[in-house]
Design a protein around this ligand. Structure first.
Ligand code: CUA
Length: 112
């Protein structure tokens, strides 16, 4: 699978894979109670098609500090084309209430 092929390391106590996909590719980001999977590591100045899906519930993808907000709903594929223009670590926060663990549903996105 794409995730296995492009995993560069794992992070967090849940051992979430950090995936560095090739520029120009379609990248999956899966929301589920209460995590984002995998962690993405993108290259500055390259373009990716981010495919957002939910496994279980309505979640909200909020990329900070860019203020990109997308509802992530089961049964839909939300495709966003992104071209990061600044390197660093971005925060991904769920901004739709999704139950008791909602406040823990945070991740990050690396741009290098
Ligand atoms: Cu997922 Cu709140």
């Amino acid at each position: 699978a794409m995730v296995d092929k492009y995993t560069v390391r794992t992070e967090t106590d849940q051992n979430i894979p950090v995936v560095a996909p090739p520029a120009g590719s379609d990248v999956s980001l899966i929301a589920r109670l209460w995590s984002w999977w995998p962690i993405l590591e993108l290259e500055k100045g390259k373009t990716y098609r981010l495919n957002l899906t939910s496994m279980d519930y309505k979640h909200g993808f909020s990329l900070q500090p860019e203020n990109i907000n997308i509802q992530v709903i089961t049964g839909y594929q939300h495709v966003v084309t992104v071209t990061p223009n600044r390197s660093g670590t971005y925060a991904i926060v769920c901004n739709e209430f999704c139950g008791i663990g909602h406040h823990t549903m945070v991740s990050r996105l690396y741009v290098k």
